[in-house]
Design a protein around this ligand. Structure first.
Ligand SMILES: Cc1cc2nc3c(=O)[nH]c(=O)nc-3n(C[C@H](O)[C@H](O)[C@H](O)COP(=O)(O)O)c2cc1C
Length: 179
């Protein structure tokens, strides 16, 4: 097979669909915002740490930097349009909770709210921050985690098919299907 060169951007476009999450954050007055993120990765179990990659161009970048807190919310097939809206409009111009109809629900340990319509949530406090080229890698310590009871199977473990998470590539969204 002939192999041709390609950029990282093109490589990513050719990669399989991958995780998409909604991160919530708040401004100094407590007003919440939502940003759609593909750059999300768990990185440590003990202590529990996750990473997100956020461009300094995003309004959410300023909020996370200023408050040091964010919540990871996992969206489902039922809120694909809302997920796309939060990934294509800025909180500088839009109140994304109001525009999408998504419901904020108080978190237990941090100021950014959970998104009621998402099925799993990680409340995080920023413990490290790295500039990585054109994005900032925020490392968040998970201080609380929650999941909808109705996505647990009879054995008490998460049933991913019940949860109906979504994946994305090039703004095309995909669901899970058992053959
Ligand atoms: C599917 C998808 C994934 C995205 N992933 C990221 C990401 O990982 N990091 C990032 O900085 N922006 C990402 N974006 C872009 C932001 O979500 C988008 O610029 C958003 O409007 C920023 O909102 P804000 O200005 O309110 O923070 C993504 C957008 C979409 C649609």
């Amino acid at each position: 097979m002939v192999k041709v060169e390609l950029s990282l951007r093109d490589f990513l476009q050719a990669s399989p669909p991958s995780v998409v999450v909604l991160a919530t954050c708040v401004d100094a007055s407590g007003k919440p915002n939502i940003i759609t993120l593909g750059m999300f990765m768990p990185i440590s179990f003990d202590p529990p740490l996750v990473c997100i990659g956020v461009s300094p161009k995003r309004y959410s970048h300023k909020l996370i930097e200023e408050t040091g807190e964010f919540v990871i919310n996992v969206p489902t097939e039922g809120i694909i349009e809302e997920t796309h809206f939060c990934g294509t409009k800025s909180g500088r111009e839009y109140d994304k909770f109001k525009e999408t109809g998504l419901t904020p629900r108080p978190a237990s340990k941090v100021k950014p709210p959970l998104i009621e319509e998402c099925y799993a949530h990680l409340e995080c406090r920023v413990v490290q921050r790295y500039t990585c080229g054109d994005h900032t890698l925020f490392v968040g310590e998970v201080v609380a985690a929650h999941i909808n009871k109705d996505v647990l199977g009879e054995d008490g473990k998460v049933d991913i098919l019940k949860a109906k998470p979504i994946f994305q590539r090039n703004h095309i969204y995909y669901g899970l299907k058992r053959p």
